[in-house]
Design a protein around this ligand. Structure first.
Ligand SMILES: [Zn+2]
Length: 329
């Protein structure tokens, strides 16, 4: 296989990766919090045709944004779960055969090399094969399973074993099918005070910088083989009206969420798309601030920074490490 099994490369830096053998969680009176970063990687697959003209510049620059992001994650030794749209990894189809143009907005053949070439070991999960919406009437169970099959097959062709999924538009459904594909973790919907209403109230929440929700690790398991790792915070971009929200609000929201995750031993889960970082420096500086905060807490032993699949393994393999709260001192 081209990349080997990237989940099992021993030579990769693994400082921030928790080895269940080396990290004796059951010896801790209080478990540290867990921090997850997931990155929805889709280029233009999630965009409506009408929105494309507004995003031309950022789409053209997205390969460079992704490479810059990988370097930043290396600097702070933060592993991420890259939820990749499967079709990004396929060869562009001819327009006459339904291929979308320009090809560079829909295909990124070098993407995996960039991610696996990083010093830190990342996870590559799926964001479905065709960025399909599970709540659409046209996405029947059969359509859904066929898509996931294609996503996992494409992964295998590149030496990747898909173990985590991020649902496009966070439309969670068909959760009972995930185990058939070896998927152990999905990113559930953020459980916030405003019930995920979109628009003004969401922007207001980000402007005020209310604490990002965090989650009790004991409540995330769904049966014996699946874990729901809900989102805590979407790192809002700064395009359009969002520009009015100062970076400090996003940073504050993260800091308060991280505080609580560390204090209570809970999960804090940050996510965004590479294109949310935009083409300038402002969002990168905001993200760097948050990553520095995360890495300092990790270095102080307050937080574990893990991928989605690692977190699921830790929770599911309870007997080997994870200690449910009721059994802790
Ligand atoms: Zn998406």
């Amino acid at each position: 296989m081209r990349y080997g099994s990237i989940l099992n490369e021993p030579e990769k830096e693994s400082k921030s990766r928790v080895s269940r053998k080396s990290y004796a969680l059951d010896s801790l009176a209080v478990m540290p919090g867990i921090c997850i970063l997931s990155i929805d990687t889709e280029l233009a697959w999630g965009m409506n045709a009408a929105d494309l003209p507004r995003f031309c510049k950022v789409l053209d620059e997205e390969p460079e944004i992704i490479r810059r992001l990988i370097r930043l994650l290396d600097t702070y030794r933060i592993p991420a779960t890259w939820a990749v749209v499967g079709r990004l990894l396929t060869a562009p189809a001819d327009r006459r055969h339904g291929g979308r143009t320009p090809g560079r907005w829909y295909h990124a053949p070098d993407l995996l090399e960039w991610i696996t070439g990083a010093r830190i070991r990342h996870e590559i999960g799926t964001h479905t094969f065709g960025h399909i919406y599970a709540h659409d009437a046209s996405t029947t169970r059969t359509v859904w399973k066929r898509d996931l099959e294609a996503a996992c097959r494409t992964g295998r062709q590149h030496g990747i074993i898909v173990r985590s999924i991020v649902y496009p538009r966070n439309q969670v459904a068909y959760v009972d099918t995930l185990d058939d594909f070896g998927i152990v973790a999905y990113r559930g919907v953020e459980r916030n005070w405003y019930g995920n209403r979109r628009g003004a109230v969401h922007i207001l929440d980000r402007a005020v910088g209310t604490p990002a929700p965090t989650y009790d690790l004991n409540a995330l398991r769904e049966g014996d083989r699946l874990v729901n790792l809900p989102a805590s915070q979407f790192l809002l971009g700064d395009n359009g009206i969002r520009k009015l929200i100062p970076p400090s609000s996003r940073i504050r929201q993260a800091r308060l969420g991280l505080d609580r995750a560390a204090d209570r031993g809970e999960l804090y889960h940050l996510w965004f798309h590479p294109f949310n970082l935009g083409t300038g420096d402002r969002m990168f500086h905001t993200l760097e601030h948050v990553l520095r905060d995360i890495s300092e807490r990790r270095d102080r032993g307050e937080l574990l920074v893990m991928t989605m699949a690692e977190t699921a393994d830790l929770i599911l393999e309870g007997a080997n490490g994870f200690v449910p709260a009721e059994r802790r001192q």
